[in-house]
Design a protein around this ligand. Structure first.
Ligand code: GCO
Length: 447
């Protein structure tokens, strides 16, 4: 059947994160991260899995790049492990760690794949956690020092840097609830202050990266948003969802793009509000060149006659979800999410820095992995993305999460997000049916 085209020059990529794929946790002078400690704490990870080996991509990256060439992607989003660069978080850089990432980006470029680099995907050096981690304002400064240093080292080889991945998740799940490292379970003002210092780290890093790189180097972040969707497409509900996009992301993207906390946000927090200065807010609002959005699912809103002007509609128990229970099947999220965030916050360039799903599909008797649930998911989400772009959403590229099955945080290896099957006993990689599907989308630049 006829396909609908993406814009010429649209960037197609895949994404991974250092701790989830690299392994080699003790190689070449890497320091310990909070995730090493957490994963080795009994009871934290499903089946007691760790990422000590993971996909061994630290050693096998040439093979992973060959997989990407086969797919035809033009870009790869990876992250740098801070503890490989500064094993104790601060101090003297570790040349072997720096060299590894130079080799990686050089190999990518040789293969015609543009590297997109995230500087923090949750693997905080344990040495900094011992001093309070993101609860300590000094961590924001340490992060900016590391980010500026590393971006300077990769400048010229990398054009797009993202400061942090999903502050909302590592603060919410690592500091708020205890389901991710460091597993603190903070509440109230303490949690808000940590969130504020993480945002400050982002802002300071934007400035540090700019100071260390060429004028043409582009700086942004990759944030997980509450992707607001109108329950159905009628003007009053769309307006309600647009208000929700601002208020429901007030502690993260809204603050980062406006340099302020909304009145409603501060009022709702009351005595739990973070302590902050005008200068800090100015730094948090440092201008970026693009915004990465990680979109897996969304939330429905309807118009309401209340102070907010909207009401969240919870998912009924019969609502369909993917293998991961938190991924409600909501392709409208990738239509509305970027569109409403761009309209409400005046964002001009967006990349979908993650989208994808887990699947239980496993090798059949012929060794094939027929992950039709993922194919269906991608077909619907990419269809909605194309429709959103046609309707004016300024989305410039898409990174599928993930190239490989990998260490899915607290879920260990029990949830597989890859379009490539990984046999963790042998490290053998086998492209799944979804790889073929994605290959064809890229080849045709259409869905
Ligand atoms: C995320 C993470 C990924 C996860 C993915 C699936 O940003 O949440 O970047 O590391 O693996 O989202 O849960």
């Amino acid at each position: 059947t006829a396909k609908r085209a993406f814009p010429i020059g649209f960037v197609w990529g895949t994404a991974t994160a250092a701790y989830q794929v690299e392994g080699a946790v003790k190689v070449d002078g890497r320091g310990e991260s909070i995730w090493d400690v957490y994963a080795h704490t009994p009871g934290r990870i499903v089946h007691g899995d760790t990422a000590d080996v993971a996909d061994d991509s630290y050693h096998r990256y040439p093979e992973d790049i060959a997989l990407m060439r086969g797919l035809g992607v033009g870009a790869y989003r990876f992250s740098v492990a801070w503890p490989r660069i500064f094993p104790d978080g601060t101090g003297r850089p570790n040349a072997k760690g720096v060299d590894y990432y130079k080799r990686l980006v050089d190999a990518l470029r040789t293969a015609g794949i543009e590297p997109y680099c995230t500087l923090y995907h949750w693997d905080l050096p344990e040495a900094l956690q011992r001093k309070g981690g993101w609860q300590n304002r000094d961590t924001a400064k340490a992060f900016a020092d590391y980010a500026g240093y590393m971006a300077g080292q990769l400048d010229g080889r990398v054009q797009h840097f993202m400061t942090m991945n999903e502050i909302s998740t590592f603060i919410g799940n690592g500091y708020g609830s205890a389901s991710m490292a460091p597993g603190l379970g903070l509440k109230g003002q303490a949690l808000e202050q940590a969130r504020h210092y993480a945002l400050l780290g982002h802002g300071l890093a934007v400035q540090a990266i700019r100071a260390a790189t060429h004028a043409k180097t582009r700086v942004g972040s990759a944030e997980g948003i509450n992707a607001a969707m109108p329950a159905f497409d009628e003007p009053e509900h769309v307006a309600a969802a647009r208000k929700a996009a601002v208020e429901e992301n007030a502690g993260y993207l809204t603050a980062m793009h406006t340099g302020r906390y909304t009145d409603l946000y501060l009022k709702t927090l009351g005595a739990d509000a973070p302590k902050f200065t005008t200068e800090e807010m100015r730094i948090i609002g440092s201008k970026t060149d693009f915004q990465g959005l990680n979109i897996y699912t969304g939330d429905y809103y309807i118009a309401a006659d209340n102070e907010r002007g909207y009401e969240a509609v919870p998912f009924p128990s019969s609502y369909p979800n993917m293998q991961s229970s938190w991924i409600q099947f909501a392709p409208g999220a990738i239509y509305w999410g970027p569109k409403l965030m761009a309209e409400a916050l005046g964002i001009s360039d967006i990349y979908i820095t993650e989208n994808g799903t887990s699947s239980t599909a496993a090798p059949d008797t012929q060794g094939r992995v027929l992950d039709t649930d993922r194919v269906m998911f991608l077909q619907q989400y990419l269809g909605e993305l194309q429709r959103g772009i046609a309707d004016g959403a300024p989305v410039r590229g898409y990174f599928l999460w993930s190239l490989l099955d990998n260490f899915e945080w607290s879920r260990g290896y029990s949830e597989r997000f890859g379009i490539t099957w990984v046999d963790f006993a042998t490290q053998k990689r086998t492209p799944k049916l979804s790889s073929r599907f994605y290959h064809d989308v890229i080849a045709g630049n259409a869905i």
